[in-house]
Design a protein around this ligand. Structure first.
Ligand code: ADP
Ligand code: MG
Length: 523
């Protein structure tokens, strides 16, 4: 189907022509007729299938019809927000007066403030910064008649959910806005959760059976942790890719791999969430322009990013989240092109493999180094390890701006896959419920009614984030009122009085014995 066959204005078609698109991709052909009729949609289609243009064209066509209202696009990462903004600038080429702003953390407020004061047609941003501007009354969520959550499943997981709740609580009612959700992985959980924020959305899955893109050649190597880097060198020597994105699970490992590649003569850099924002954007830009052939990144680069003609994705570590695998390898083979994804399975992260293979419904073909005709390469960085002093750098980093909750953070390794499996089971049960039953279930789960939820969300939002240091400093100076005793503290028996010692001691002894018996099975 050609774009010209859709009910689109001249100006919108001009933007589409500027982007170089003539034929709709399958997701565009299926969703646009629905979204252009102002209906809410939840869209699932594989990575690189052209979802961005679906929502941008919908927003622009709406603008061409009434020239009023404003649209909001929420993205989990700053890099993706910037990319969406760039796409929007191209597609809106037919409207010279169309004003777009991009709002994300890690940069000063001044410039973004100026943009806001002039009033915009399209706001793109990450949740934290958008909420900050709403708090200072620079953004009014009620002005939006169109809301898009890109990478929607990420937006509804624990790290972001409070922010998302808070944003929706400040918006106009579902019937007065069009709400659209997009992702390559949209679980039943997310779809159920999202219903309450949408107006009877149409759930559209394009080729849902294809979770990974068919044009990606997937390969898996079993390797020990100590031999992993050597294997990477051999693989890179054999393939000699023009561009290669390497994913690690932790920030320290991203730095280590990048540094070791440089020591071995590769032009490599790293990308992670807590780098200065300008550096983050510049690094990615150079990769996109083809000036930086090797980039080692955490999952912050896993979602949504378009790197033209990316030849190879390497999972240096198997991701701990099975959806991440799909998003990571989906950085290659975009817009109908082909690509290769190689995964290195070591003893530390091997437990992540089974959930991934269950999810993508295939076994990733295993390749043995000798069969692959790999030569061993001298490792000039042999023995080098990088450990940052900052404890947070060792943490797993996900494809989002928000830190994970402590609970999620501690749910590492096999425990995490078990947790996921349990979740899946629960959601299977949920899918057989009616909408009312599901809503009741979620109200129960997240405590109180929807209003209560919003209150908690707002409280969390109001908790200082950027002003945390200040608050901390002032706390130091002021004497703090004594804290109320927690339940646990109250239960500790009072200190024994003179002469009661023996009784007290024997009571404690009995307690320890019982605890010991419980743990070690001793009597
Ligand atoms: P998704 O969000 O589904 O992962 P994107 O929207 O980022 O994918 O699009 C992937 C690539 O496909 C981009 O480079 C985009 O410019 C290109 N693209 C999108 N729609 C078309 C089209 N109709 N014709 C040609 N290329 C397209
Ligand atoms: Mg996308």
């Amino acid at each position: 189907m050609k774009f010209t066959e859709l009910p689109l204005s001249e100006e919108v078609l001009a933007g589409i022509a500027k982007a170089g698109y003539t034929d709709c991709t399958p997701v565009q052909e299926t969703v646009l007729p629905v979204s252009l009729s102002a209906k809410d949609v939840m869209v699932q289609s594989k990575t690189g299938s052209g979802k961005t243009a679906v929502y941008l064209i919908t927003i622009l066509e709406k603008y061409s019809r009434n020239k009023a209202g404003a649209a909001l696009i929420v993205s989990p990462t700053r890099e993706l927000a910037v990319q969406i903004e760039e796409d929007a600038r191209v597609l809106s080429a037919g409207f010279p007066d169309y004003r777009i702003g991009c709002f994300y953390g890690g940069v000063g407020y001044k410039e973004q403030n100026e943009e806001l004061s002039s009033g915009l047609n399209l706001y793109v941003g990450t949740p934290g910064r958008l909420l900050d501007f709403a708090k200072s009354n620079k953004i009014d969520f009620r002005c939006f008649d169109t809301i898009v959550l890109d990478e929607a499943d990420r937006m509804f997981d624990m790290g972001f959910y409070p922010d998302v709740q808070s944003m929706f609580a400040q918006m106009r009612s579902v019937k007065e806005r069009q709400t659209m959700l997009f992702s390559a992985t949209l679980s039943t959980k997310v779809r159920n959760l999202a219903w309450q924020y949408m107006n009877e959305p149409e759930e559209i899955a394009v080729h849902p059976e294809e979770i990974t893109v068919k044009q990606i050649t997937q390969e898996l190597f079993h390797v020990t942790k100590t031999e992993k880097f050597g294997l990477l060198l051999s693989i890179l020597k054999k393939i000699n890719p023009d561009s290669c994105l390497i994913f690690t699970n932790t920030k320290d490992m991203a730095v280590e791999v990048a540094k070791r590649l440089v020591m071995n003569g590769y032009k490599a850099e790293y990308l992670m969430g807590d780098m200065p924002q300008l550096k983050r954007l510049k690094t990615l830009e150079r990769m996109k322009e083809g000036k930086l052939p090797y980039l080692v990144a955490t999952d912050v680069a896993a979602r949504g990013l378009q790197i033209d003609d990316l030849e190879l994705v390497v999972n240096y570590d198997i991701p701990e989240d099975y959806e991440s695998y799909v998003h990571r390898i989906g950085r290659t083979a975009r817009a109908g092109k082909s690509g290769k994804a190689i995964t290195l399975a070591c003893e530390e992260y091997i437990y992540g493999l089974e959930p991934i293979e269950n999810f993508i419904q295939m076994k990733i073909p295993v390749i043995w180094p000798d069969e692959a005709g790999l030569e061993s390469v001298e490792d000039k960085s042999s023995g080098y390890h990088y450990h940052s002093r900052r404890p947070s750098s060792k943490r797993v980093e996900r494809s989002g701006e928000r830190r994970k909750s402590d609970k999620q953070r501690s749910a590492k390794g096999p425990a995490r896959s078990v947790q996921k499996k349990n979740e899946e089971k629960e959601y299977e049960k949920l899918s057989s419920m009616t909408l009312e039953e599901r809503m009741a279930y979620y109200r129960n789960q997240f405590g109180g009614d929807a209003k209560e939820n919003d209150k908690t969300a707002r409280k969390q939002q109001n908790a200082p984030r950027y002003s945390q240091k200040k608050a901390h400093d002032s706390q130091k100076k002021k004497p703090q009122p004594s804290k109320p005793q927690s339940e646990a503290v109250k239960k500790i028996p009072p200190r024994p009085q003179e002469g009661q010692n023996a009784e007290y001691k024997s009571a404690r002894k009995g307690l320890f014995a019982r605890i010991k018996a419980k743990i070690f099975g001793e009597k």
